[in-house]
Design a binder for this molecule. Structure first.
Ligand SMILES: [Zn+2]
Ligand SMILES: [Zn+2]
Length: 336
């Protein structure tokens, strides 16, 4: 089968012919019908971090159909339509037992990080990582739920967003637009922030009250919060300039939610945090239950991360180039 694989940082992904994987006793093989292209892909190609082994098939947003089933698996049949939870959790450690699969102590792997991912015609995962898709949801719509949609749900749940609160979404790319949608669904007043006009436009379409460039953020926050500052800032860029701005616009009891990151550091004054009772929250990935929720919300039209383009798997490097250039105002989805 064809697979888009990471070999070395700084190089395009290589389109390799690899054997079709065979599922173990408690695993299933999914024929990938759609695979979203996430900003995380660029962290590999730019060398911010490396997969556990190379070469590694990238892609962690996968939707498709079950096409082979391990001998011990029950409840799934060939042809079932599924989304894949990319964190291949163990199901029995203390964090899995608390429903925090994103913190699993003994994952079997993580698609694209430590297990071959979804930029391929097939992917093999433990059966407990599947979520059933309703017929009403297309594979192209479902794939971006697996990271973008669920990461948004997780971040806003961790921030405990309440109706009427002012939520700043710092960076309205694939995940950011899902954050805008879900913050709006929770009744928040949303401010989208992007340097890119198309991404600002996309934020407005997704439900933001206003969408501004970083230079105009402070004025927008003052206006929409009547001078009180933002209740929540969801930080998706994680670079010096935006981190500094995020801290600056936060109001009393404001929550800064770190989702995106780079090699840059966050500097805060404990004094200013303490006197305003502000909190810094980190949010990584999402839980299995949140993928179930995201599929439900999407199938009822309440959460649909925008897909801006679909491309054949062979064009994976075109997709990565567009993402790197900041040209994608939403998800690009590959069709293996
Ligand atoms: Zn992702
Ligand atoms: Zn676990």
């Amino acid at each position: 089968m064809l697979a888009a694989r990471f070999h070395t940082a700084g190089q395009p992904l290589s389109l390799d012919e690899v054997p079709v994987p065979v599922p173990g006793p408690d695993e299933v093989r999914v024929r990938v019908r759609a695979a979203g292209v996430c900003g995380t892909e660029l962290h590999f190609t730019e060398g911010l971090y490396a997969p556990s082994t190379v070469p590694m098939t990238l892609g962690h947003e996968a939707a498709g159909t079950v096409d082979a089933i391990g001998s011990d698996v029950t409840g799934w049949a060939e042809g079932d339509r599924v989304a894949v939870f990319y964190y291949l959790f163990c199901g029995s450690c203390r964090w899995c037992l608390r429903g925090r699969q994103n913190l699993c102590l003994a994952p079997r792997g993580v698609l694209a990080f430590a297990a071959d991912g979804a930029f391929a015609e097939h992917v093999v995962v433990p059966a407990h990582c599947l979520v059933r898709l309703p017929d009403t949801l297309s594979f192209e719509q479902a794939a971006p739920l697996c990271c973008a949609g669920t990461t948004a749900l997780h971040a806003l749940t961790e921030a405990d967003v309440a109706p009427g609160e002012v939520v700043v979404v710092m960076g309205t790319g694939g995940v950011g637009l899902a954050v805008v949608q879900d913050a709006r669904r929770r009744g928040a007043v949303v401010i989208g922030v992007s340097r890119d006009a198309a991404r600002r436009e996309a934020a407005l379409t997704a439900g933001a009250a206003v969408a501004v460039s970083p230079e105009d953020l402070q004025t927008a926050v003052e206006r929409l919060s009547t001078g009180q500052g933002a209740d929540v800032v969801v930080e998706l860029a994680g670079v010096d300039a935006t981190l500094e701005l995020s801290v600056a616009v936060l109001g009393k009891r404001g929550r800064l939610v770190l989702v995106g990151y780079s090699a840059d550091q966050l500097t805060v004054s404990p004094l200013l945090l303490v006197v305003a009772e502000q909190r810094i929250i980190a949010s990584v990935g999402n839980t299995y239950a949140e993928l179930v929720d995201a599929v439900h919300l999407a199938s009822t039209g309440q959460l649909l991360p925008p897909v801006v383009q679909t491309l054949p798997l062979r064009d994976v490097n075109v997709a990565l180039d567009r993402l790197r250039a900041g040209e994608a105002a939403g998800r690009i989805v590959l069709l293996p």
